[in-house]
Structures are given as structure tokens and as C-alpha cells.
Design a protein around this ligand. Structure first.
Ligand SMILES: Nc1ncnc2c1ncn2[C@@H]1O[C@H](COP(=O)(O)OP(=O)(O)OP(=O)(O)O)[C@@H](O)[C@H]1O
Length: 299
């Protein structure tokens, strides 16, 4: 096991941030830690990186106890905190070099992580001059410097534009093929795009822990599409096996299909036949959406 959490409770004064939380993550898994604001995601991640002590319970990372073997835990974990702390006046390479020196990491690793995170075209710039997406890459490169077995990423894609979002998701997926990854998010699509498994937490309590493959609905799917122009909902309802169409915002539509087959190609053909351009197109898992709403809505 890469991560083992056993009955962790964390209180801040009167505030119960985590209550009797247990889960384990196998080596090589990419797990999404999903929950609404204030659910306890960052608190759990800080405990797993030995940054915060738990009030009760025990956690092991890479076999090391987070409260008793902090050094070994930190060697095993790469951590990207929620507000990615960077020195904006430093150049990318200088920043990575600075951190490598502090932790006694050979200089050769700098080129490795720059290549791994596709930072090379921006590596000569000051961090303050980089886009948010590239700053996230610097944060991830920094987390990878000591070649840790486990990566803990706290909301790695918050605030990114759609292109950067796709790039960072691809990067995490790629890294996840070699390492164990725990990433927090409050975006369901994120989990579907990147993760093997989802753990949903709400008000400090785990309310669901399942593999995504177990959650996939066989008969239903939602296709979310953004066109470059307005489309009548009735026109989309003519697509095969449509049960409902919902214009969520602007030219973005959710199309509910009763079908096992991937219906994105049908939506693509529809756009082509009607002279429309597709700006975004993806499938959503109605089961996960429904579960998230059911499990995290204030009772
Ligand atoms: N240092 C602190 N002192 C007091 N309360 C805190 C502290 N840090 C977090 N909390 C509280 O603990 C709860 C869990 O917070 P946490 O930041 O872990 O949630 P989160 O799921 O990461 O939220 P978000 O998605 O908004 O980042 C919240 O109610 C928060 O206000």
C-alpha cells in the first residue's frame, strides 16, 4: 500500500475537520479526493505530508508513519499545496535549482523534471511572467524533484483556462502511470478525466469510496457540448436515444442519452451537418454526478 489512513480525526478547536476517516491507496493508483468546499480535503492532505498532526488515528505513507517518521514521509511524497507557493522573482530553473540544493538533490534532476512537465519552452523565464498553467507545471516539477513514490496534489487545476486544464490533466495522467497520485478537487469531471477511483468526503466524513469503473452507468450518459452558436433544443432532441436536453449556459448544452454507445460522434456529425463548430465536447458520468449531489447536499 502507498497510503494507509486509519481512523484519522482532526479538530481545530471546536471545528471537526475530519472524523474517523479511513482509506488505503495501492501503489500506482490515481485517486480523486472529491468534496465540496470545507469538506476536509486539504486537512487530510496536510496530515499525509506530515505538515499537520492528526488529533487521533494513524496514517502511513509508503510504509512510514506520518507523525513518527516525518523525514521518510517527506522523502516519499511530492506535494503541490492548494495555493502553489512560488518565488515569482526567480527564474524557473533558478527556483528548481534552489530547492534541489536545499534538499541535496543532484542538479541533473532539474532537467529531468523540466522535461517531464514540458517546461522547457518557458524555463528561461521568471516565474512571475508565466501563465497560471505554467506556474502549476513549476509547482508539479518542484514536487517531482526528489523523484517521490507518491504525489499529493491539492486542487491542481483550479483557476486554469480550458486549454491549460486539459494540458495539466494530461500531465497528471502521464505522471500517474508511474506514481501513486492523490489529488483533491471539487470538480466531478476532473475525477472522470484523470482518476481510477474516487473518494468523496463531506463535512469530514467519507461518504463514498469506489472505482470509477464500478460507477459507470451502462445505459445512460450525458454529453456536454459547447457550440460556437445557438442551437434550438428541439433540434438536439432529434438525435437518436435522447431523453432530455438542457442549455446550461451560453451555447453549452447537456444532452442526456439512453445509450451504451459513445454518442459524442453523433453530436459531432450533428455539428458538421448544421455548419456548427464544436468548442468543447465531453461525456459525463450521470451516476457520479447524481451521487455527488445526493451525498454532499446539506441535509
Ligand atoms: N487552521 C484552521 N483553523 C481552523 N479551522 C480550519 C483550519 N483549517 C481548516 N479549517 C476548517 O476545517 C474544515 C476543513 O477545511 P479544509 O481546508 O480541509 O477543506 P477543503 O475540503 O480542503 O476545502 P476547500 O475545497 O475549500 O479548499 C473547514 O471547515 C475549515 O474552515
Amino acid at each position: 500500500m502507498s497510503i494507509e489512513v486509519k481512523n484519522i480525526t482532526k479538530t481545530y478547536g471546536e471545528q471537526h475537520a475530519l472524523q474517523d476517516v479511513s482509506f488505503s491507496i495501492k501503489t500506482g493508483e490515481i485517486v480523486g479526493f472529491l468534496g465540496p468546499n470545507g469538506a476536509g480535503k486539504s486537512t487530510m492532505m496536510k496530515i499525509l505530508t506530515s505538515y499537520l498532526p492528526a488529533t487521533e488515528g494513524e496514517a502511513l505513507v509508503n510504509g512510514f508513519n506520518v507523525s513518527e517518521e516525518k523525514k521518510n514521509v517527506q522523502k516519499s511524497v511530492g506535494y503541490l499545496p492548494e495555493h502553489n507557493p512560488l518565488y515569482l522573482d526567480m527564474y524557473v530553473r533558478e527556483f528548481l535549482q534552489y530547492n534541489a540544493e536545499i534538499y541535496g538533490i543532484p542538479k541533473t534532476e532539474i532537467d529531468t523534471v523540466i522535461a517531464q512537465t514540458n517546461l522547457l519552452p518557458e524555463a528561461h523565464k521568471k516565474i512571475g511572467q508565466l501563465s497560471k498553467g505554467y506556474r502549476q507545471r513549476v509547482g508539479i516539477a518542484n514536487a517531482l524533484l526528489h523523484n517521490p513514490e507518491v504525489l499529493i496534489l491539492d486542487e491542481p487545476t483550479t483557476g486554469l483556462d480550458p486549454n491549460q486544464l486539459i494540458e495539466i490533466r494530461d500531465l497528471i495522467k502521464n505522471i500517474g502511470s508511474k506514481k501513486t497520485v492523490l489529488l483533491s478537487t471539487h470538480i466531478m469531471q476532473e475525477v472522470e478525466a484523470i482518476c481510477d477511483r474516487v473518494i468523496i468526503i463531506d463535512r469530514g466524513v467519507i461518504v463514498l469510496d469506489k472505482k470509477l469503473s464500478e460507477l459507470k452507468s451502462d445505459e445512460k450518459q450525458i454529453v456536454e457540448v459547447e457550440f460556437d452558436y445557438r442551437v434550438e433544443e428541439v433540434a438536439l432532441q432529434q438525435l437518436p436515444q435522447v431523453s432530455a436536453v438542457n442549455n446550461t449556459v451560453g451555447f453549452v448544452y447537456e444532452i442526456y442519452f439512453n445509450s451504451k454507445e459513445d454518442m459524442r460522434s453523433k453530436v459531432f456529425d450533428f455539428a458538421h451537418d448544421n455548419g456548427l463548430k464544436i468548442l468543447q465536447l465531453h461525456q459525463k458520468n450521470p451516476t457520479l454526478e447524481k451521487l455527488f449531489t445526493q451525498l454532499t447536499t446539506q441535509k
